[in-house]
Ligand binder design. Structure first.
Ligand SMILES: Cc1cc2nc3c(=O)[nH]c(=O)nc-3n(C[C@H](O)[C@H](O)[C@H](O)COP(=O)(O)O)c2cc1C
Length: 193
């Protein structure tokens, strides 16, 4: 699997998740979508067990499978709705738990705290939707997350959609398609124009 799309909204007919899917599909790459609504992802307890065990998280829940999928993927798409001016709680739990991956392999000599950043250089796309406002902070959270993992943020999709369905918003879908194509070109899944 080349591209992993993390669908962060827990809503059945989610706009965010549809945009994640559109980007993944438009990349022309082999992809997998994971829905946070389908799995338990407990909040990080801050035990720091991951720091001393080469990235092994002590919480044995639905995140364990996601760790492996994230490590395997060549590129990552993360989508979140805006909740109270930031990413949703479900997405924040996921981001916090993803911290464990810093410590996969071994940290740089003398400093286990800074970890290894195994996702460094991999392309990333952040997607945020909002009804009205606060999306700036939500996308900033995703951006910081990617950057601290030294990932390569190639596109950000930030859409204020009100209470509409993105399928009725061709401009929005077009932007997602363009982001997907850019990702596909980068990963050599489709030819560059
Ligand atoms: C608990 C909650 C908090 C929300 N907070 C905001 C907000 O701060 N700003 C905003 O514009 N929309 C807010 N919304 C609306 C959602 O961001 C918006 O409907 C989003 O597009 C939903 O994405 P989804 O269709 O992928 O679930 C909130 C919705 C909920 C349920």
């Amino acid at each position: 699997m080349k591209v992993l799309g993390v669908c962060g909204s827990l809503r059945k007919k989610s706009n965010t998740n549809q945009l994640v899917k559109k980007v993944a599909l438009s990349s022309g790459c082999e992809f997998e979508l994971v829905y946070l609504s389908d799995r338990e992802v407990e909040p990080c307890t801050g035990c720091l067990g991951c720091m001393w065990s080469e990235g092994e998280c002590t919480i044995k829940d639905g995140m364990q499978e996601l760790y492996e999928k994230i490590m395997e993927a060549e590129a990552l798409i993360i989508g979140s709705p805006t909740y109270y001016m930031n990413v949703s709680g479900a997405v924040k739990c996921f981001l916090d738990r993803k911290f464990a991956l810093y410590f996969r392999g071994i940290g740089p000599p003398g400093s286990p705290y800074t970890g290894q950043r195994p996702l460094a250089g991999r392309p990333a796309v952040g997607i945020v939707t909002a009804a009205e406002t606060g999306h700036e902070w939500a996308i900033e959270t995703l951006r910081h997350h990617f950057e601290i993992n030294q990932m390569n943020v190639i596109r950000e999709i930030v859409e204020v959609v009100g209470i509409n369905d993105v399928n009725d918003m061709p401009d929005v879908m077009k932007r997602a398609e363009r982001a997907g194509k850019q990702l596909g070109e980068m990963l050599n899944c489709i030819e560059s124009r």
